[in-house]
Ligand binder design. Structure first.
Ligand SMILES: C[S@@+](CC[C@H](N)C(=O)[O-])C[C@H]1O[C@@H](n2cnc3c(N)ncnc32)[C@H](O)[C@@H]1O
Ligand code: SF4
Length: 295
């Protein structure tokens, strides 16, 4: 059976086979200068009513379909209050009791109005994976992209996710600082990850399919986009400085030229070697062509 979505709907690549349950429309912040995902008029932020969510879950249960995993869409379902999230998790438990994992996008500040006991309770109910778009650990860049977060706020959120027993999956944007801020972007992002030790880390290449203008304006005019070879250089800097103990690392999102997969620290040398080969333009390393890339 098909649910009625207000399109477009986005989900992480790892949720390809999950049930996408839209519990809000759009993003409560919607002001990051690089992100066009929820800027169309029909995507204005609005929580979906519990009645409608229950109706959809009931229909799914009646259709007899089973889902191991559910992703709560849209842009930051964790902006909902604890009470609302608890009610949604109760409905999932009632109608789809076989669900093993529920996940959501999460801005660091979405957690500020939830106590650690509340987050622990949500985790116990199955809400156990948070996708956090840190994008960078660099405070100058965080301000330039209008993320509304800092190195410190990101770290507090990642720690509270861990303290609640949940897992975290962090997104970092390769190329976000352009050539001028590339080194500090890599260094501070690595520092943030080393302190947070997320369970998953994904890098995406910042891409502007609807034009660079909005981003450039907020940035202050000194953004010079990185060429693929410079993106690989930045990736090398990031990997070199990452000191992770057991983080699943992926750069397999469709925006990447170079696909990397491994567990850090174990595979650090192997991944660095692949990046090195890409920098040396070794033909054995396959890169995605421009037309193969998308968001
Ligand atoms: C749909 S957003 C939701 C994440 C959540 N709202 C947050 O900010 O933590 C998922 C991620 O897509 C990535 N993204 C958004 N716009 C992008 C762009 N123009 N280029 C590359 N990645 C982008 C960012 O990493 C962002 O965190
Ligand atoms: S990156 Fe996340 S918080 Fe920022 S506008 Fe996009 S969806 Fe909203």
């Amino acid at each position: 059976m098909h649910l009625e979505y207000i399109q477009p709907v986005f989900r992480p690549p790892s949720e390809a086979r999950s049930l996408i349950l839209q519990v809000t429309n759009g993003c409560s912040w919607n002001r990051c200068s690089f992100c066009d995902m929820y800027t169309q008029p029909q995507k204005k932020f609005r929580p979906k009513s519990l009645e409608l969510i229950e109706q959809e879950l009931r229909q799914l249960a009646e259709s007899g379909q089973h889902y191991r995993r559910i992703f709560l869409a849209d842009g930051d379902a964790m902006s909902l209050s604890f009470r609302r999230l608890q009610s949604i998790m109760q409905l999932i438990q009632r109608y789809l009791p076989g669900t093993q994992r529920v996940s959501s996008y999460c801005l660091p500040r979405n957690l500020l109005n939830k106590t650690s006991a509340e987050l622990t309770r949500l985790n116990a109910m199955g809400l156990s994976l948070m996708y956090v778009g840190c994008e960078t650990g660099d405070d100058v860049l965080l301000q330039k992209i209008n993320k509304g977060e800092t190195f410190a706020s990101s770290l507090v959120a990642l720690n509270s996710i861990r303290d609640a027993g949940m897992k975290s999956s962090v997104m970092i944007l390769n190329g976000l600082g352009g050539s001028r801020y590339s080194e500090q972007h890599a260094a501070h992002s690595a520092q943030l990850m080393n302190l947070a030790q997320p369970d998953y880390l994904a890098t995406l290449v910042v891409s502007f399919y609807q034009g660079e203008e909005r981003f450039q304006q907020a940035f202050g005019g000194d953004f010079v986009a990185l060429q693929p070879a410079q993106l690989f250089n930045e990736m090398r800097l990031l990997l070199q400085q990452l000191e992770l103990h057991k983080t699943i690392f992926r750069s397999d999102h469709a925006s990447n030229y170079l696909v990397l997969k491994g567990v850090l620290g174990r595979d650090k040398e192997k991944l660095l070697n692949q990046v090195e080969q890409a920098i040396q333009q070794n033909p054995s390393i396959r890169l995605r062509e421009e037309w193969q890339r998308s968001l």
